[in-house]
Ligand binder design. Structure first.
Ligand code: ADP
Ligand code: MG
Length: 391
C-alpha cells in the first residue's frame, strides 16, 4: 500500500526527520488559509497523487503571494495530471499540499528499500538528486552509494560514515546532520514495516541542514494489520478498482498492458505462465492467481474482471490441480460462461488431480470458444494464436 507525500511527511515529523512545514488543502480557499497559517512569502503548491514526476507534469508550482497560491491551487485541484508514472491516462488531483519554500543549495537522493538478494534493507544515496534514480543506476551507477543494514544490529555509526564519505560530504556539521537524518529515516522504515521509502530530492540548505523535500512511502501489505494508523491513510481513489474487487473475492489480480488474459492457480505458476506467453510471442493482459479455494463463483468473477479489460483478445486458463481439483475448475468455467458473456477464445489447460474428469466435463459441455490444451507450452502457443485470430 502507498500513501501520499503529505502523509509520509507527517510520519517523518513524528520521528524527527526534517521536512518543510506544510498543510494539506482540498479547495483553493483552504490553500490560501494554509499559506496564511504557514506565513512567509514563498510557498509551493504540490499535487497529491500516488505518482512521482509531478513537477515535470505541472503539478508542483511556486507561488509568491497568497493570491498566486489561490490561482495555482484552483488550476491544480481537479486537473488530470499526467506524469511518466501515471501512464498516459493520468490521475485526477483531489488535494494539494501547501508547503513553505525551501532555500535549496543542492539536491540529493536518499532511499531505503528491501534488497531481496541480500535479505536486508539497503540505504541508497546519491548526489544526483531530483533525477530518476533508475536512470542514475543505469547511466552512472558509481554515483549511487548502497549500504546494507542488518536489522539485527540496526543503524550504526559506520553505516552513517559510509554514506557521508560516499557522498563526499566533508563539513563536520553537515556530516553529523546527514547521519542523524539517515538514522531516523531507517527507524521509520523498520518501525512502520515499510517496503520502500524514497526521498527525491533530499536537499542541503544554505545553512547546511538536510530536509526531505519530497517523500514517497510504500508498505508491506502483509504487515498492515500491525499498523492501523497506516491503514487509515489508505486512499481508495488511488487504487485500481478491479484489483480491489478481486481481492474481496480472494483473487490476486494485477492488470498489465498486454492482450492475453490469464487465469492461473498459484503465484509461481502465474509468473511462469506469463513468461511462457511472452516466450511464445504474446503479451499477458494481467496476472491472476485464483488461489487454492477457487469456486465456480470466484472463477466467474475472475472471468468478469479479466473481460472488463478491452485489450483482452484471448484467455489462457492454466490450472494445476493439487488442492483445487480440476473438475471443480471445469465446472467453474461452465458456470462462468453462463454468468458472463465470454466473447473471446478461452484456451484451457487443466492438469493434476481429476484432470481426466475435467476434460470430460468440458468436452461434453461443448462450449463454443473453449479450446483444450495438453500442456503449458501448447496452451501458451494456442492462446497467442487465438489472440492473433489465427485459431
Ligand atoms: P515530483 O518528484 O513528483 O516531481 P517533488 O516533491 O520532488 O515532486 O518536487 C519537484 C521539484 O519541486 C523538486 O525537485 C524541487 O526542486 C521543487 N520543490 C518541491 N518542494 C519544494 C519546496 N518546499 N521548496 C522549494 N522547492 C520545492
Ligand atoms: Mg520528487
Amino acid at each position: 500500500m502507498n500513501i501520499h507525500e503529505y502523509q509520509a511527511k507527517q510520519i517523518f515529523k513524528e520521528y524527527g526527520v526534517p521536512t518543510p512545514r506544510g498543510i494539506v488543502a482540498n479547495t483553493p480557499d483552504e490553500a490560501v488559509k494554509a499559506a496564511q497559517e504557514l506565513g512567509g512569502s514563498i510557498w509551493v503548491v504540490k499535487a497529491q497523487i500516488h505518482a512521482g514526476g509531478r513537477g515535470l507534469g505541472g503539478g508542483v508550482k511556486l507561488a509568491k503571494s497568497t493570491e498566486e497560491v489561490r490561482e495555482l491551487a484552483s488550476q491544480i485541484i481537479g486537473m488530470n495530471l499526467v506524469t511518466h508514472q501515471t501512464g498516459p491516462e493520468g490521475k485526477l488531483v483531489q488535494k494539494v499540499y501547501i508547503e513553505e519554500g525551501v532555500d535549496i543549495k543542492d539536491e540529493f537522493y536518499l532511499g531505503v528499500v528491501l534488497d531481496r538478494a541480500k535479505e536486508m534493507p539497503v540505504i541508497m544515496a546519491s548526489t544526483e538528486g531530483g533525477m530518476e534514480i533508475e536512470k542514475v543506476a543505469e547511466e552512472t551507477p558509481e554515483k549511487i552509494v548502497k549500504v546494507a543494514v542488518d536489522p539485527a544490529i540496526g543503524f550504526q555509526g559506520f553505516h552513517g560514515r559510509e554514506l557521508v564519505f560516499g557522498l563526499g560530504i566533508t563539513d563536520k556539521n553537515e556530516q553529523k546532520n546527514f547521519m542523524k537524518f539517515a538514522q531516523k529515516l531507517f527507524k521509520v522504515y523498520m518501525d512502520k514495516d515499510a517496503e520502500l521509502i524514497e526521498i527525491n530530492p533530499l536537499v542541503r540548505t544554505g545553512s547546511g541542514e538536510f530536509i526531505a523535500l519530497d517523500a514517497k512511502m510504500g508498505f508491506d501489505d502483509s504487515a498492515l494489520f500491525r499498523h492501523p494508523e497506516i491503514e487509515e491513510m489508505r486512499d481508495i481513489s488511488e487504487e485500481d478498482p478491479d484489483e480491489r474487487e478481486a481481492a474481496q473475492y480472494g483473487l490476486s489480480y494485477v492488470s498489465l498492458d498486454g492482450e492475453i488474459g490469464c487465469m492461473v492457480n498459484g503465484a509461481g505458476l502465474a509468473m511462469g505462465t506469463m513468461d511462457t506467453i511472452n516466450y511464445m510471442g504474446g503479451t499477458p493482459a494481467n496476472f491472476l492467481d485464483v488461489g487454492g479455494k477457487a469456486t465456480a463463483e470466484t472463477v466467474a468473477k475472475g472471468f468478469e474482471i479479466i473481460l472488463r479489460n478491452p485489450n483482452v483478445k484471448s484467455i489462457f486458463v492454466n490450472i494445476f490441480g493439487g488442492i483445487v481439483r480440476c473438475d471443480r475448475i471445469a465446472n467453474g468455467i461452465l458456470e462462468a460462461t453462463k454468468m458472463v458473456d465470454v466473447k473471446v477464445p478461452v484456451v484451457v489447460r487443466l492438469d493434476g488431480t481429476n484432470a481426466a474428469e475435467a476434460a470430460e466435463i468440458l468436452k461434453n459441455a461443448n462450449i463454443e470458444n473453449v479450446i483444450a490444451a495438453t500442456d503449458l507450452a501448447d496452451g501458451a502457443k494456442k492462446a497467442v494464436a487465438a489472440a492473433k485470430g489465427e485459431l
